[in-house]
Structures are given as structure tokens and as C-alpha cells.
Design a protein around this ligand. Structure first.
Ligand code: ZN
Length: 345
């Protein structure tokens, strides 16, 4: 856990001091993109509370308390996450789970002076569950520390947010992320590709081969079937299938994110390669090939369309029609452009 951990920001490292000295707030909200390291950071903080080493060395990573914190088996660290309530089919944190957490926290610490509660994916807490938690956040038992992790801060109730110290967990820069991935056993080429695709979110990059790359491949395949506006509906259907295969709404949200990520990557990739030799745009080219030949201005306008589509998805419009409209607007962006990249004299 600590071996090759890179602090995502100076603030996150500075906060560790407060866990070592004991002069710390009792609730923290860690937010950042999927895979940026929020859960690991929460575990490191919790380990610092439980660690048996001298205060300035916590978490030492070597004592038995640190080991159990890392493995998730420390009796004073409770973890709640979506999908753990057998009575609920949806992947959410239920009010029952929030109440159980409260009971667990009100008992005395088994070993040390502290108890920690880590709430993973706190943005999947139902509002009733957030309200149940609120009471505990407002009047915490002595020695209790809360860590909430979420992709976005805005998805929590303002009353919950205002009780927590906010700790942003940004992704690493891409070259550092690549190094971390190599240290964790990826080969150089795979690490560079995964780091670039996930834009430095190491946790996602580690899942790249299994979860991210297959979606990216399907999205790329669908887009390379588009040569004219008539091909858009079929491509949109292929892409929407990725989303429709998910079994519940939270899983669909993850899939939607992966789809947008994959589409964004196609355009960003082209932006990064703008210095490649100029090749003429041609109507026989498929959408991927045209994107690879588009000008910076066209590519930026495509990213803009994508950002708008992301905002619209999850509102009252079906995912299928969002994707359909997005591919249409991409084709339009390219058609309206002057016919490819501005030629360098
Ligand atoms: Zn330790």
C-alpha cells in the first residue's frame, strides 16, 4: 500500500500529519475520477490512525495494525460500499447499511483509541442513507473518523458535504502514472498506453486490459464503420449495446462513462498526433480515419460536442439518442471543416 504510493497532491500528504499528531477533523470527503486512488488514500489515512509505530512514522506499513488495515481486516476499520446489503438488488448504499455502520461506530474500539469508517462510492448512498449518516457526522463518538469517497462532490447532499473536509484526489501526470504501472508489473508499452488512455488514473489503468480496453475496442470498431450519415444509426446501436448489457443503473452509468472515455480518447489521440505527415481527406475514409486527419480546430469542436453529450446523458434523454446525435455532430464537424488538416507549407 505504501511501497510505491505516490501522493496525488501536496494537500493529501500534508493531511497525513494531522493523523499522526491527532489534531484532525473527524470527517473527510475524498473525490476524484474513477481509479485515481481515493480508496487507497482512505486506507492509508485509516492505517495512520491505527498504526503502532511512533507518530511521525505512521503508517509504517510494517506493524500488524498496518497489515490488517491494508488487507481490510482491521476490527476498528469498517468499510461500507454499494451492493453489500443482501436485501437490496440495486448497487447502492442503503439506509440499513448506514444504520449498521452507526451501531458499529458507537461501540468501543477493540484495539486502539480510534475507529474508522470508510464509505466507498458515497455518491451511491440513497438520500435516506445520507440522512441516517448525517446524525453520526454531526455528533461523532470520540475517536471516530469518517472517510467518504466519491467521484464527484456534487452528488452528495450539501448537509453531508459541509460536515467533511474536502480532499481532492487528482490523477497522476501521465509519465509518473506510466512509471507506477511499470513498477506494478506492466510492460512498458502496455503501461504507456493504459496511462495515456486513463489519463493518469492508476487504478483504472490497472483494470485497463480487463475492463477498459474491450469497450474502447468496440467503440472504435463501431466508429470505423461510419462513412456517411446513413451509417450513423448502426454505429450508435453497436455502441449503445455496450451500455444496454449492464444489469442495473449504476453499472450503466459506469458503462456510459467508459463509452465517452473511449470516444474522447479517439479524438485526443488524433490531437496528440497532429504533427504526423499530412494526408488528404477523402470521402471513402471511415470516421476514425477522418478524425486522424482532422485539424486541431475540428478536433476541439468534437471534444466540445462530446462534453455536451456527457452532460445530456443521464438526464431525460435515452443513451441511444445521445450517442446517435453525437456521432452525427462529429460527422458534421468534419464535413464542415476545410477538408482536413491545414497543410504546412
Ligand atoms: Zn504501522
Amino acid at each position: 500500500m505504501l511501497g510505491n504510493w505516490r501522493w496525488p497532491s501536496a494537500q493529501s500528504r500534508l493531511l497525513l500529519k494531522s493523523f499522526q499528531t491527532g489534531a484532525r477533523p473527524h470527517a473527510f470527503l475524498l473525490t476524484g475520477p474513477e481509479g485515481a486512488g481515493k480508496r487507497t488514500l482512505a486506507k492509508i489515512y485509516a492505517a495512520a490512525l491505527m498504526c503502532e509505530a511512533a507518530p511521525q512514522d505512521r503508517p509504517c506499513g510494517k506493524c500488524s495494525a498496518c497489515g490488517r488495515a491494508e488487507r481490510g481486516s482491521h476490527p476498528d476499520i469498517a468499510i461500507i460500499k454499494p451492493g453489500d446489503d443482501p436485501d437490496s438488488k440495486a448497487r447502492v448504499i442503503t439506509v440499513k447499511q448506514a444504520r449498521e455502520a452507526r451501531t458499529a461506530l458507537s461501540s468501543k474500539a477493540f484495539e486502539g483509541r480510534h475507529k474508522a469508517l470508510i464509505i466507498q462510492e458515497a455518491d451511491r448512498m440513497r438520500p435516506e442513507a445520507q440522512n441516517a449518516l448525517l446524525k453520526t457526522l454531526e455528533e461523532p463518538e470520540a475517536g471516530c473518523v469518517f472517510f467518504l469517497t466519491a467521484d464527484r462532490r456534487a452528488s452528495l447532499l450539501p448537509t453531508v458535504r459541509s460536515r467533511c473536509v474536502w480532499v481532492p484526489v487528482p490523477p497522476l501526470d501521465i509519465s509518473l502514472a506510466t512509471r507506477v504501472l511499470i513498477e506494478r508489473g506492466m510492460d512498458e508499452r502496455g503501461a504507456a498506453e493504459a496511462a495515456r488512455f486513463t489519463r493518469g488514473a492508476v487504478g483504472s489503468a490497472l483494470r485497463y486490459d480487463g475492463e477498459v480496453a474491450p469497450v474502447a475496442k468496440r467503440v472504435r470498431g463501431a466508429l470505423s464503420g461510419v462513412r456517411s450519415f446513413g451509417d450513423v444509426p448502426a454505429a450508435a446501436r453497436l455502441i449503445t449495446a455496450v451500455y444496454d448489457e449492464a444489469k442495473d443503473p449504476p453499472e450503466r452509468a459506469i458503462r456510459a462513462n467508459r463509452v465517452f472515455e473511449s470516444m474522447e480518447h479517439v479524438v485526443r489521440d488524433a490531437l496528440e498526433r497532429l504533427n504526423a505527415p499530412y494526408t488528404a481527406m477523402d470521402a471513402s475514409l471511415n470516421l476514425i480515419e477522418r478524425i486522424e486527419r482532422a485539424s486541431a480546430r475540428t478536433l476541439l469542436s468534437m471534444l466540445d460536442s462530446l462534453a455536451q453529450a456527457r452532460r445530456r446523458s443521464g438526464m431525460f434523454i435515452s443513451f441511444a439518442s445521445v450517442i446517435d446525435a453525437l456521432i452525427y455532430s462529429w460527422l458534421e464537424d468534419i464535413d464542415h471543416a476545410a477538408g482536413g488538416r491545414d497543410q504546412v507549407p
